[in-house]
Design a protein around this ligand. Structure first.
Ligand SMILES: [Zn+2]
Ligand SMILES: [Zn+2]
Length: 821
């Protein structure tokens, strides 16, 4: 639509677009649309040579003359009643600022994929084209003419359809020529939504008095009787199985029946069966009661507060969560319950569904588009007041929020690892603050940041130190691999001590879990004599071994050294390369325990949700004796008959070039150890070259570990004592990537100087994964005590990079990266 000069619109909108640019764009709002849209409405706008769907984030009544110049118009309004609620608009705006990502991309991520339109190209014939085609008196021979004939009696045709009929390869050139002659036009249009509300016909009795009944035929009386016996309402499809359509039609005509369409919601719960033990009433122990009481008071006060609920595995955190949700519901408020991974949701959602029935909605990426759309709408319409879901559920359109729970708050999967970056755990706290709600972060092994916040009083601390069912924690034994290597040779993967324990466990009819963490790309060295590994003298980060160059490299500051000929600590003249060999575990175990059932769980084996559930179900029922797995195994599952957990290489995670390596190791081992002896007394055996390291010597004592680790963080000035940003530069051409990284680094240094900022810019270094999907990757770390300064320096540097000839398309900026590997 075009607007004449006289009736120049006085209304403008600011639109956030789902593109990687961190800015919004101003568009003219044609008069026909004025007053018809609200904040959060989706609009179609022209952008460069494309059409994009954007989100209205502000209105302007007037702009200065110069700003109005050359503005483009909004093409279409997609929803007058916005999908994005004001609170989600506010939360995403905050997140876009904080993480320095595109607001539009965050808004897109906040909506279920089913309503995010896709564009498709359409081809239509013009009147000139029709004239041209009509000139033809014989059957068309050329491809161009064949296309014109095909289009002549149709409205716009999808390009894909044309490609199907004429072949993709020749089509392009022919269409281009036809377009140049103006015989056809090619346009892009938004496709209809992929997910729509689902309606079903329902039949119910409208009116039935004696007189009416008398007038019915026997067949009709049967139908009415059947309907009455079914409670007066049935789906049309269920009723039609009993009778004929004509009978129903007659009854409708006589005014006895009403046939109407109602919206039905596709439910992800349909296939979930509820186990009886999950319905068992739970009695709370004194610590649980205390936690419930404090959370209850906070919810009832209607003020923002965050709790850290620190409970050992099996301490009954779930019971506390359920009580808290009940409290929120009783206050007339809604609740959001975040869980880390899909593998956790079935058990939890089943449980929640058994308690709160249809009040519960579930949101995660493995739902079908239809299911996700319907669940999302049930939440938006206020039909579901309890939402359980993975990180994307932090944007659930709940109103009147009273409570947000983040279970396993330390878990990495809360972090969106690609653009737009965000951490759902941290956003949950911010959302609670905006909504004057209560946040509960639960974990057996809280993240350093959260425990630090609890120790400074920023979060309220709640402790559940005791297990509910079994008072014992599993016994915790370290196997010193230095001794094993001396006795059993360098190639040993499973020590004889672990083998013996496995034999004993299996012969007693118990089950075992063997845990291994494979991260093939990262190798490091340990001395098999003293157990030390080589670390960077600047950063205290494990140096990574690079085979081809035979060097050790720091991925934080680019410090390099050649592979030493002897151990710098004890002068032993041989190294052990960690990261090799763990794949052999399954092979070795299958050979040794051939009469037992062995299964493996990791991302290579488990592709589908059902496959994972299937294996876990079999293990729980005792069909499998030994389960081998990666960290997918370490979460949430309850196996009462497991008496042994073996950790093949406790050093694998510890050796990652990441300042959080010790924290990750402690979390993983504690979680996996929690699988042992939930009912019976169990054993945890850990193979390590470095049993003196505090991550192992603290056993499962979180507090002792925390104190050691927080000292290390403070000494080296790592979070929570500083803020870190990571700039990743990647490109297929290694030199090009490195060149851009060098320019970016220069811009950072200049910005730092100009602002007199107190922050460290590390040197350009290869990223720990130095090549991924054909792209070379370099990184620059920045660190400062001041979040504000990090933002200022980055903003200034980014505003100067283009001038300095840096190709910004190769650059991603990540604030608060949770994993530097
Ligand atoms: Zn040594
Ligand atoms: Zn370093």
């Amino acid at each position: 639509m075009s607007v004449g000069a006289e009736e120049k619109p006085d209304s403008f909108v600011e639109v956030a677009l789902p593109i990687p640019l961190r800015q919004t764009f101003t568009y003219l709002l044609p008069s026909a649309f004025r007053g018809r849209i609200k904040l959060g409405s989706r609009v179609v706008v022209p952008f460069k040579n494309r059409k994009l769907i954007g989100y209205v984030v502000a209105f302007h009544e007037d702009l200065s003359e110069s700003d109005e110049f050359d503005l483009k118009e909004v093409i279409e309004v997609l929803d007058e009643e916005p999908m994005i609620t004001p609170s989600i608009l506010k939360l995403t705006q905050w997140a876009a600022d904080y993480y320095m990502v595109s607001w539009g991309e965050l808004l897109k991520a906040a909506l279920p994929a089913g309503i995010n339109f896709k564009f498709d190209k359409f081809v239509g014939i013009t009147s000139e084209g029709i004239d041209e085609f009509l000139k033809l008196e014989v059957e068309p021979k050329t491809l161009k003419m064949k296309i014109l004939k095909f289009l002549s009696d149709k409205a716009d045709v999808r390009l894909k359809e044309l490609e199907k009929s004429f072949g993709k390869r020749q089509l392009g050139k022919a269409l281009k020529e036809l377009e140049e002659r103006k015989w056809i036009n090619v346009s892009s249009k938004p496709l209809t939504v992929t997910a729509k509300p689902k309606f079903r016909k329902i039949v119910c009795i409208k009116e039935l008095n004696e007189e009416m009944f008398e007038s019915l035929s026997e067949e009709e009386r049967d139908v009415v009787g059947f309907l009455q016996a079914s409670g007066g309402r049935l789906f049309y499809t269920d009723l039609i199985a009993q009778t004929k359509a004509s009978v129903l039609k007659n009854l409708q005509r006589k005014g006895v029946l009403d046939i109407a369409s109602v919206e039905v919601f596709r439910s992800p719960f349909e296939n979930l069966s509820v186990k009886s033990e999950e319905k068992e009433a739970v009695k709370l122990n004194p610590e649980q009661k205390k936690a419930c009481k404090e959370i209850k008071e906070a919810i009832e006060s209607g003020k923002y507060r965050t709790f850290l609920l620190h409970g050992v595995t099996g301490s009954g955190k779930t019971a506390v969560y359920v009580q808290a949700i009940k409290t929120a519901l009783a206050c007339g408020k809604t609740s959001l319950f975040l869980v880390p991974e899909i593998s956790l949701t079935p058990a939890f959602s089943r449980y929640l569904h058994s308690v709160f029935a249809d009040e519960v909605a579930i949101l995660h990426s493995a739902l079908s588009a239809g299911e996700r759309f319907d669940e999302w709408r049930r939440i938006k319409l206020g039909k579901a007041r309890v939402v359980i879901g993975t990180r994307l559920a932090v944007f659930a359109p709940l109103e009147n929020l009273g409570l947000i729970i983040v279970d396993e708050e330390h878990d990495l999967s809360y972090r969106q690892q690609e653009m737009p970056f965000y951490n759902a755990r941290d956003l949950a706290v911010v959302r609670a603050k905006f909504a004057n709600a209560v946040a509960v972060l639960g974990s057996a092994t809280p993240s350093m940041e959260s425990f630090y916040n609890a120790s400074t009083g920023k979060y309220a601390y709640l402790h559940l130190p005791n297990r509910v069912k079994s008072p014992h924690l599993a016994s915790y034994e370290l196997i010193d691999m230095r001794q094993v290597v001396k006795k059993e040779g360098r190639d040993v993967v499973i020590s004889s001590a672990l083998m013996k324990a496995l034999e004993e466990t299996l012969s007693e009819g118990k089950q075992a879990i063997i845990f291994l963490n494979r991260r093939g790309y990262s190798q490091f060295i340990v001395c098999p004599n003293c157990g030390e590994t080589c670390r960077c003298k600047n950063c205290d980060i494990t140096l990574t071994y690079h085979k081809q160059k035979r060097i050790l490299l720091c991925h934080y500051c680019n410090f390099q050294m050649s592979l030493p000929s002897e151990c710098p600590f004890c002068q032993f003249r041989q190294f052990y390369f960690v990261g090799e060999g763990t794949e052999k575990v399954e092979e070795i175990l299958r050979a040794r325990f051939s009469s037992y059932k062995i299964a493996r769980i990791d991302r290579d084996v488990v592709r589908k949700r059902t496959q994972l559930e299937d294996t876990l179900e079999k293990f729980a029922s005792g069909e499998i004796d030994i389960l081998i797995g990666t960290q997918m195994l370490s979460k949430g599952h309850d196996f009462p008959n497991v008496a042994l957990v073996g950790v093949i290489s406790g050093d694998n995670v510890l050796g990652l070039p990441d300042f959080r390596a010790a924290e990750r190791t402690f979390q993983l081992i504690t979680q996996v150890a929690g699988r042992a002896g939930r009912a019976a007394k169990g054993r945890v055996l850990i193979q390590t070259f470095h049993p003196e390291h505090y991550v192992f010597s603290c056993g499962q004592d979180y507090l002792r570990f925390y104190q050691k680790e927080i000292e290390f963080r403070k000494r080296l000035n790592y979070p929570p004592f500083s803020v870190i940003a990571c700039i990743l530069v990647q490109h297929q051409d290694e030199k090009y990537a490195l060149g851009n990284a060098m320019i970016f680094k220069e811009c950072l240094d200049k910005a730092k100087q100009a602002l007199h900022a107190d922050l460290t810019v590390f040197d350009v270094a290869p990223a720990p994964i130095s090549k991924l999907k054909g792209k070379y990757r370099f990184q620059i770390l920045i660190r400062s005590k001041s979040r504000k300064q990090i933002h200022q320096v980055l903003e200034l540097a980014i505003s100067t990079v283009e001038e300095a000839n840096c190709d910004f398309r190769t650059v991603t900026v990540e604030i608060d990266p949770i994993s530097l590997v």
